[in-house]
Design a protein around this ligand. Structure first.
Ligand SMILES: [Zn+2]
Length: 177
């Protein structure tokens, strides 16, 4: 059975608390039952060296228990995949709707949307006519808007038409300038 992530974390905390509570409960009970005869007969019979060893062992157990609790706490605090994805997405700035490319908050240029979906931060190469992804398995590219082309279209058809933008995944890289 697979438990949901938040429940898993809580389960660990509940288990630790329950075990610690049980240990304290039984330790108190045992202490009350045997303290009187122990003080009267057993303690004087134990050598100092044995007592010291027992104390050291107890100290070691306490340290191990504390380390375990810290370890469980750290596991609980590890970011979930959705938090990691959010952190990744946070690095990017605005999405250029016209080009269909991402901007970065701290880096210049454009970033590949095809690679971003796969969790890859790919800064694209910009030439005079094209913007292309350099990732080998991607090669996504877009044509840059050509102002002179838009003007030509306006004069020919008498109305403003957008320059053709044909984004796509091409096996053949865009023409070199
Ligand atoms: Zn890409």
């Amino acid at each position: 059975m697979k438990l949901p992530e938040p429940l898993k974390g809580h389960l660990a905390t509940i288990l630790v608390t329950a075990i610690a509570g049980l240990i304290v409960f039984f330790a108190t009970k045992i202490y009350h039952d045997i303290s009187a005869p122990l003080l009267a007969h057993v303690v004087p019979a134990i050598s100092n060296a044995t007592l010291l060893s027992a104390c050291l062992l107890l100290l070691l157990l306490v340290i191990l228990f504390a380390a375990w609790v810290i370890y469980l706490h750290r596991i609980h605090k590890q970011p979930t995949p959705s938090q990691l994805w959010e952190k990744f997405h946070d690095r990017f700035g605005d999405f250029d709707a016209e080009l269909g490319l991402w901007r970065h908050k701290s880096k210049k240029g454009y970033f590949c949307p095809n690679c971003k979906v796969k969790g890859i931060e790919s800064q694209m190469r910009e030439t005079a006519t094209h913007i292309s992804c350099l990732v080998k398995d991607c090669l996504y590219w877009v044509q840059k808007p050509q102002p002179e082309l838009a003007l030509a279209n306006t004069s020919l058809e008498g109305q403003q038409t957008k320059p053709s933008l044909r984004p796509g995944i091409e096996i053949v890289p865009p023409p070199k300038d």
